[in-house]
Design a protein around this ligand. Structure first.
Ligand code: NAD
Ligand code: HSO
Ligand code: ZN
Length: 437
């Protein structure tokens, strides 16, 4: 079922051979470009046209009525309501510890630099709702934004075909978290609506432009985020789900197979990658996949994902080799199922999140570990982090020097400005001390 890449005894750079998706984000940008440009030029009408085309519904109103949000929690199964409450509590505990405090550095007597942490003014949060309604992604977006102190929070999720509204579970999660500005818009058109804003029939704002768009989504959402970066800020490229598992003979093949399947369930384009030095484990996991895949609810989607070019098993010489491979892959989620898993995990450099040992599966992190599940994909974990309070903050340096402190450093400023052939920079300092131009 899984493609096999055998790197044993090979000096090949893993980056050249690792499994990657056939459709990449750059190619998807060309597919969504007309939608994004349409929203920029034609606003609401282009959003509605995209909804009809991709979601097969034309919502009566793009802004979800307050009543629909307020009454949504009544529709929740009590067990789901309790689970959401627990998920929120745990996420708040972890994200509260990420809050930043302003720091003032006394550089010299009379010269200070303060790093002041300021939340972005307005954010647009995206919550997926195409193949599955990810109510947990409401929690993962909203909690860090609220802890950061963002004043204006808008949220978008695709319309359901039968109601033209986002899934009721998503609306319920919004209500539980106190989010009341919700749009029934999915995909690239949602990201474009946030970036450019939408005007109503009277010419006033229906949805004001945001400063930052965050949240997970499929390849079209990710492509729109990459395309519009600059018009608007974005978090990481949190696209199609990936799981990599570094496992040895001590791993339980039942767990490994279940975890590969759990993330393959998200999307036919999801990636599940096993990295192991053990042929015995590989054989046992393949046997388990043969047993578990047909029995899982979304078996067709899972089988497509597991059999795709983006998924596979990589055979390595040993765990040190395996670590080089998982670092090169830079998975969104990396599980370590080896002997002394914590020590192995401590050596990992590149991953969106690391799940250590037999009792920390990715799906725990998806819902209820307290960690954030909006994580970088497609190798972006080499340079980006998952969603956090920090994502919603800007660190602004506030510089304050006295006359004497500036006088003392002036020769250094002048020397560097001359070295760069930018003498006016130096003169802006010396002018304060009687230096002429
Ligand atoms: N990396 C992360 O942090 C993370 C977290 C959760 C989920 N995910 C991923 O989010 C994704 C959710 O995907 P989804 O599809 O279920 O929901 P989604 O809400 O991301 O996307 C649905 C929207 O895609 C648009 N769309 C569908 N087909 C299109 C096409 N051919 N061209 C242009 N636009 C099109 C539609 O407008 C639709 O509203 C999955 O890939 C999942 O793996 C990632
Ligand atoms: N695994 C997803 C992140 O890629 C998050 C999620 C939400 N619901 C279930 N899973
Ligand atoms: Zn998941």
């Amino acid at each position: 079922m899984l493609n096999r890449i055998d790197l044993r005894g090979s000096l090949t750079d893993p980056r050249d051979v690792l499994p990657r998706a056939e459709l990449d984000v750059a190619a998807a940008i060309e597919q969504i470009r007309p939608t994004v440009e349409g929203v920029h030029q034609h606003g609401v009408e282009a959003v509605l046209a995209a909804s009809e085309r991709f979601d097969r519904v034309r919502p009566a109103s793009l802004r979800v009525p307050a009543e629909a949000i307020a009454t949504a929690p009544d529709t929740l199964d009590p067990a789901v309501r309790d689970a959401l409450a627990e998920s929120i509590t745990r996420a708040r505990a972890v994200h509260a510890d990420q809050a930043r405090t302003d720091v003032t550095t006394q550089v010299v007597p009379g010269g200070t630099v303060t790093e002041r942490w300021v939340p972005v003014n307005r954010v647009g949060l995206y919550v997926p709702g195409g193949l599955a309604p990810l109510l947990s992604s409401v929690v993962m977006n909203v909690v860090p934004a609220q802890v950061a102190g963002v004043g204006s929070i808008a949220l978008a999720s695709p319309p359901q075909r039968d109601t033209g509204l986002p899934h009721p579970g998503i609306l319920a999660a919004c209500a539980l978290l106190g989010v009341d500005e919700v749009y029934t818009i999915g995909g690239a058109q949602a990201v474009a609506s946030f970036a450019y804003g939408l005007r109503g029939a009277d010419g006033g704002w229906l949805c004001e432009p945001v400063d930052l768009v965050t949240g997970p989504g499929n390849i079209y959402v990710t492509a729109a985020k990459r395309m519009l970066r600059g018009v608007v800020g974005i978090d990481s490229e949190a696209g199609t789900t990936e799981i990599a598992i570094l496992a040895d003979d001590t791993a339980d093949p039942v767990h490994v197979a279940a975890d590969l399947i759990s993330q393959a369930e998200h999307d036919p384009a999801a990636a599940s990658v096993l990295v192991t030095p053990s042929e015995a484990l590989l054989a046992a996991v393949e046997a388990e996949l043969g047993r578990q895949v047909p029995a899982t609810r979304h078996h067709e989607r899972v089988a497509t994902a597991l059999g795709g070019k983006q998924s596979g098993v990589v055979l390595v010489d040993d765990l040190a080799h395996g670590l080089r491979v998982v670092d090169a892959y830079a998975a969104e989620h990396l599980e370590i199922q080896t002997a002394d898993a914590a020590a192995v995990a401590a050596r990992v450099r590149n991953a969106g999140a690391i799940f250590v040992g037999a009792y920390s599966p990715v799906s725990l992190g998806d819902y209820a570990a307290g960690s954030n599940h909006v994580l970088p994909t497609g190798g972006c974990a080499r340079h980006s982090s998952g969603l956090s309070v920090q994502t919603f903050l800007r660190g602004i340096h506030v510089v304050e020097y006295t006359e004497q402190a500036l006088r003392e450093v002036a020769p250094h400023v002048v020397a560097l400005s001359s070295a760069e052939d930018l003498p006016a920079h130096g003169q802006a300092v010396t002018a304060r001390f009687g230096g002429g131009r």
